[in-house]
Write a protein that binds this ligand. Structure first.
Ligand code: ATP
Ligand code: MG
Length: 141
C-alpha cells in the first residue's frame, strides 16, 4: 500500500467536549502519523468554500453555522492507505450507525455534529490540505 496523506478536522462539537486528545489518540492508535496540526476558527467564507460541494443540500446553512461556531483542529495525517484508513477510524457519518471503537461512535453527537471530518479521495485530500496548510507546515519524523 502506498503512503498517502489525508486531511482531518476535529469539529467544534468535539473541541467543546474536550476530546481533541481522544480523537488524536484514535488517529495515532490506527498508525496514522500527524505531520501538521493547528487550531483555527473558520470564517463564514472559509466554511462556505470548504463545503461548497454540499451547497444544494438542505443542511448546508446549518453545516456552515456549526463549523464556524467555535475553533476546530485541522491536521494532515500520513500513512499507508491514509484516506480510507482515516474514514474507517472516523466511522459512519451518523454516529448512531458508527461502529464500536470509531471516533464518531465515541464522540459524535448526531449526524450534523459528528466530531470529525476526513477527506474522501486523493483529489479532495490535496485540495483540502492546500486550503488550510502551506508546504512549510508539514513535518517529517
Ligand atoms: P465529512 O465530509 O465531514 O468527513 P462525511 O463524508 O461522512 O463527513 P458528507 O456526506 O460529506 O459526510 O457530509 C458532510 C457533513 O455534513 C457531515 O459530516 C455532517 O457534518 C453534515 N451532514 C451530512 N448529512 C447531514 C444531515 N442529513 N443533516 C445535517 N448535517 C449533515
Ligand atoms: Mg464528506
Amino acid at each position: 500500500m502506498a503512503i498517502e496523506r489525508t486531511f482531518s478536522i476535529i469539529k467544534p462539537d468535539a473541541v467543546r467536549k474536550g476530546v481533541i486528545g481522544g480523537c488524536l489518540a484514535k488517529i495515532e492508535e490506527a498508525g496514522l502519523k500527524i505531520v501538521a496540526t493547528k487550531m483555527i476558527h473558520m470564517s463564514q467564507r472559509q466554511a462556505e468554500a470548504f463545503y461548497a460541494v454540499h451547497k444544494k443540500r438542505p443542511f448546508y446553512g446549518e453545516l456552515v453555522e456549526f463549523m464556524t461556531s467555535g475553533p476546530v483542529v485541522v491536521s494532515i495525517l500520513e500513512g499507508d492507505n491514509a484516506i480510507a484508513k482515516y474514514r474507517e477510524v472516523m466511522g459512519a457519518t451518523n454516529p448512531a450507525e458508527a461502529k464500536e471503537g470509531t471516533i464518531r461512535k465515541a464522540y459524535g453527537t448526531n449526524i450534523g455534529e459528528n466530531a470529525v471530518h476526513g477527506s474522501d479521495a486523493p483529489e479532495t485530500a490535496a485540495d483540502e490540505t492546500g486550503f488550510f496548510f502551506g508546504t512549510a507546515e508539514v513535518h517529517q519524523y
